[in-house]
Design a protein. Structure first.
Length: 50
């Protein structure tokens, strides 16, 4: 399944936001993993521990 242009833009925005929050020390890696896990589970996905 190809990723639509809209989905690519959304993914880029999410990555930028998470990186920005991490740099300002408002989010730690563990918090980011929890947030991403919640998002993917909402859409029927499964988070990966890396």
């Amino acid at each position: 399944m190809a990723v639509s242009e809209l989905n690519e833009d959304t993914l880029d925005q999410i990555c930028d936001l998470l990186e920005n929050l991490q740099q300002t020390e408002k989010l730690k890696n563990k918090d980011i993993r929890i947030l991403l896990d919640n998002i993917v589970r909402k859409y029927g996905g499964k988070g990966v521990n890396k």
